[in-house]
Design a protein around this ligand. Structure first.
Ligand code: ATP
Ligand code: MG
Length: 262
């Protein structure tokens, strides 16, 4: 088992609907294909769910199920005590993982109320702390917006992958997330993917602030087709634009080795 500090933890964050889930799933696929001997954990941290479909991996039990189980068995239903129990019963977490090849999958689930939602984020943070060290790579598909950065759920992230469309609004959101993350997340590297660009030649007109631009992706017909058919990212050919550009972004962020990509 690796020490926690050798684990590469990648979080994908940005405004709603910009491609976080699609790019997270492709990141998982690229890592799994390129490094078959490495262990990869994919986490769907968005209660709106999506990564499971994109990867074709359905979780049997979620972080929220685990939370409820532990709260029910903590004598006074106290969250702090229940989180402590979780540390003692780490094996329960591993039971909740769905595995395929060298990829394991965990989903946050859908908490019933806003109150439970804060608590499930506290659980997710603890779970990342407890199990990240058992994997070489952890890929977290974040919830839209800045909440999980503010709540320090992303505290242990080493690589922050900011995703935006070409809109001013989307680019402002990633700049805000980046600025806040500089204080709350001890990331080593951050970079930006601009997705669904209507005109790739206008790349130099994007206001990206101080975030390094890793790659720009156009609207990809193969991605739309895959989406229409409800297929997983495994249906995308490595020649498709989105696949190639995500690969470029991961090389530029120092996650994938450059050279002769498969
Ligand atoms: N480059 C692309 N070309 C065409 N379609 C794309 C591209 N990137 C993403 N999409 C499509 O855009 C939609 C939104 O993408 P996705 O679900 O990955 O975004 P998201 O940021 O995770 O959204 P949410 O914030 O709702 O979780 C999906 O239908 C996806 O298939
Ligand atoms: Mg999503």
């Amino acid at each position: 088992m690796k020490e926690a500090n050798n684990t590469t933890v990648i979080a994908l964050v940005g405004k709603g609907g910009v491609g976080k889930t699609s790019i997270s799933a492709l990141t998982v696929r690229l890592l799994a294909d390129r490094y078959p001997d490495k262990r990869i954990l994919a986490i769907d941290a968005d209660p709106a769910v999506g990564l499971a479909t994109a990867l074709g991996m359905e979780a049997e039990s979620t972080v929220d199920d685990i939370r409820r189980e532990f709260v029910a068995s903590a004598e006074n239903g106290d969250t702090g005590a229940a989180i402590e129990m979780l540390g003692e019963a780490k094996y329960r977490l591993f039971d909740a993982l769905v595995e395929r090849g060298n990829v394991s999958f965990l989903a946050i689930g859908r908490p019933e109320s806003a109150g439970c939602y804060c608590k499930v984020n506290a659980y997710l943070k603890e779970i990342i702390r407890l199990i990240a060290g058992s994997f070489d790579y952890v890929v977290i598909d974040g919830e839209a917006g800045i909440e999980q950065i503010n709540r320090r759920v992303m505290e242990r992230v080493t690589h922050l992958l900011l995703v935006s469309d070409a809109s001013r609004k989307g680019l402002q959101v990633v700049q805000t997330i980046h600025a806040v993350a500089k204080n709350l997340v001890h990331f080593e590297k951050a970079g930006l993917i601009v997705n669904r660009m209507p005109e790739l030649s206008m790349q130099d007109r994007l206001s990206t602030g101080d975030i390094p631009l890793l790659s720009c992706i156009g609207d990809d017909k193969a991605m739309s087709m895959s989406d229409m058919l409800g297929s997983t990212v495994y249906s995308l050919e490595p020649t498709t634009e989105i696949y190639r550009k995500v690969e470029t972004a991961l090389v530029n962020l120092g996650i994938l080795e450059g050279g002769n990509p498969k």
